[in-house]
Design a protein around this ligand. Structure first.
Ligand SMILES: Nc1ncnc2c1ncn2[C@@H]1O[C@H](COP(=O)(O)OP(=O)(O)OP(=O)(O)O)[C@@H](O)[C@H]1O
Ligand SMILES: [Mg+2]
Length: 157
């Protein structure tokens, strides 16, 4: 599905809807250029899960945990050089446990990409504040999540 965000607030509220509908073990991979809005969307998702801390993009850590309705593991893999470095982080515990994994720059995972996940793409459109957000499910659980979010398809607000 495709969702058009007209503002940062729109992206936050769409993220919130995602966060309200995730289940333990869900994996959300956020694709998009620098500044496309991945962290903003992650912040919205966390908000929808009841996380009270503000999600940020730390420079030197690859993963930050947050506590919400379920544990939230926010990965920013921009600085990951080799996928195998993920083993040093015990990433499997976070990906395949009872929390929610939200991953920026999942391209860096190479062959360690999970089999089932929601692929979320963000791209800037013709105006500085307009973003196209696409959801593509991999696996039946994520097809189900997409169906739940579909009523919101189209323009934001
Ligand atoms: N519709 C929109 N949705 C999200 N962010 C928007 C939107 N319009 C403008 N912005 C701005 O774009 C920027 C997005 O920054 P953000 O940190 O979320 O990007 P990012 O994709 O996480 O980048 P990086 O790859 O560097 O981590 C913010 O400054 C935000 O205010
Ligand atoms: Mg970011």
């Amino acid at each position: 599905m495709i969702w058009i965000s007209e503002s940062e607030e729109d992206t936050l509220s769409f993220g919130k809807r995602i966060g309200e509908n995730v289940r333990p073990g869900d994996i959300l991979l956020l694709y998009g250029d620098l500044g496309s809005g991945k962290t903003v969307l992650a912040r919205g998702i966390a908000c929808g899960m009841g996380v009270s801390d503000r999600i940020t993009s730390p420079t030197f850590t690859l993963m930050n945990p947050y506590v919400g309705k379920y544990p939230v593991y926010h990965f920013d893999l921009y600085r990951l050089i080799r996928p195998e470095e993920l083993y040093d982080l015990d990433y499997e515990e976070y990906f395949y446990g009872d929390g929610i994994a939200i991953v920026e720059w999942p391209e860096r995972m190479g062959g360690l990409l999970p089999e089932e996940y929601m692929k979320i793409g963000l791209s800037q459109m013709d105006s500085a504040t307009r973003r196209k957000i696409t959801l593509e499910p991999f696996g039946s659980r994520f097809e189900e999540l997409e169906e739940v979010l579909r009523p919101y398809e189209g323009i934001g607000h």
